[in-house]
Design a protein. Structure first.
Length: 452
């Protein structure tokens, strides 16, 4: 047989065109597959399957809370530093040797308690000298006064010149001035003698001793003898944004007492309760904040100077008409801020809500809920619109083992009959018979595997 031999220059372009078409076809298929995958994934994210929609999926276990009315506080949170109302460095007001220290480090002292004693012998001698000089000058004054009386009687009879009388009057005045100076010297010596006994000027706690016994102390010593710090009451300095100043000032002007609570660094443990005293006279231009001072009785000694604390200032209280709920029930997503509302048929529905102020673990609900509604506060992580739920108590939430046991027993009662017969026998024969029960009756199986 005769075969026609094609020219290679013609065959090669033909193969190239066929290869190009084939590659184009494969590329198109790949693009379509990618697009289909993207569309499927987007739909899965936008509209996830309903909970309980699977064949064997059961109801979700949740803990509900009933919405009620109550008071809720409008609070301001801030960072603060504990500051003593009085911190005194005890220094000597005279010079001398430290003869006695009458305190122990860490002692609680009262105003007027003895702290230390300085050698008083030089000051006792000075006081005695001043008193002796005063006695001498008083005697001179008394003699001059007697002479003055005599000269006055003689001058009335023109027995002595008036110049002598005037001189005696001046001498008496001079002695009177000297006596007053001597009395001042005696008073100064008595004060210096009192300074030998150093006493506490305030009630407070004694710190660490700064000078040892036997040292020569002077008024010019920089460190002093010891530092006494007042702890009862004590204050906390904290800052708030300048935007809150008007609200705080208005409440103080109305005469309101604004409670303040101090918490530890973590903000979980309450340390002390007090009240706001005042705020600074100017705003810090660099930070846009203003300083405030709150005072605490601190009878339990939970606050110490320079301690870092978290302060919660109660600015106002919304009374009975306020609808409140736990912050644990708040969910955020595509609808915005919402909660899962527990329906009467043991299903949940998404309910958008508008929230107000938050006070600890309670939040004000402005709209979306009414008193008596039940919302999910635990177990909402896998819920969807219309999902079936099993209600459990807060005690069960604290004891997961008991909750699991209760849920399993509840599921066994509701699903045990249908699943044990329908799934073990009906599924073995095929699902085309809708889970026919070999015992006689036909039970139509729902999507979640339960019989109706």
């Amino acid at each position: 047989m005769d075969q026609q031999i094609k020219d290679p220059s013609i065959v090669a372009p033909e193969r190239t065109r066929r290869g190009s078409r084939w590659r184009g076809f494969l590329t198109g298929c790949l693009v379509l597959a990618v697009l289909a995958g993207i569309v499927w994934w987007t739909r899965q994210q936008a509209a996830p399957p309903q909970a309980g929609g699977g064949r064997n999926a059961g109801p979700m276990s949740i803990v509900p809370e009933t919405i009620g009315k109550g008071d809720i506080g409008v609070s301001l949170n801030a960072l603060g530093t504990v500051t003593s109302l009085a911190t005194v460095t005890i220094r000597s007001q005279i010079s001398g040797y430290l003869m006695k220290i009458d305190f122990k480090e860490g002692d609680e002292v009262k105003k007027g308690d003895l702290i230390a004693e300085i050698d008083s012998r030089p000051y006792e001698a000075t006081l005695a000298q001043a008193k002796g000089q005063l006695a001498r000058d008083e005697a001179q004054l008394k003699g001059a006064q007697v002479d003055l009386t005599r000269y006055q009687n003689l001058a009335a009879q023109n027995a002595v010149p008036h110049q002598t009388l005037d001189t005696q009057v001046a001498l008496v005045a001079q002695y009177q001035g000297t006596v007053e100076a001597d009395r001042a010297s005696v008073k100064s010596a008595e004060v210096n003698l009192q300074y030998c006994h150093i006493v506490s000027p305030i009630n407070g706690r004694v710190g660490l001793r700064l000078v040892d016994l036997g040292n020569y102390v002077t008024p010019g010593d920089t460190n002093g003898l010891v530092v006494i710090t007042q702890l009862e009451p004590i204050s906390v300095l904290f800052t708030l944004p300048e935007d809150n100043l008007q609200a705080v000032a208005k409440r103080l002007k109305e005469g309101a007492v604004l409670p303040a609570v101090a918490y530890d660094r973590s903000g979980a443990n309450k340390l002390a309760e007090g009240s706001l005293q005042t705020f600074d006279s100017q705003i810090d231009a660099t930070t846009g904040t203003i300083k405030l001072r709150a005072q605490f009785e601190n009878d339990k000694r939970t606050l110490y100077p320079n301690q870092f604390v978290n302060v919660r200032l109660l600015l106002d209280t919304h009374k009975d008409a306020t609808t409140t709920m736990s912050t644990a029930g708040i969910q955020r997503g595509v609808p915005g801020t919402f909660v899962y509302l527990v329906n009467a048929d043991s299903t949940v529905s998404v309910r958008p809500v508008k929230l107000g102020v938050t006070d600890g673990d309670r939040v004000e609900v402005l709209s979306g809920l009414v008193p008596g509604d039940r919302i999910v506060i635990d177990g909402a992580d896998k819920l969807r619109e219309g999902a079936k739920v099993v209600v459990r108590s807060a005690a069960d939430a604290a004891n997961p083992a008991a909750a699991a046991k209760g849920t399993a027993s509840g599921a066994a009662k509701g699903d045990g009959k249908g699943d044990s017969k329908g799934d073990s026998k009906g599924d073995s024969k095929g699902d085309s018979k809708d889970g026919a029960d070999p015992g006689g009756g036909h039970h139509k199986r729902s999507e979640d595997g339960q019989k109706k």
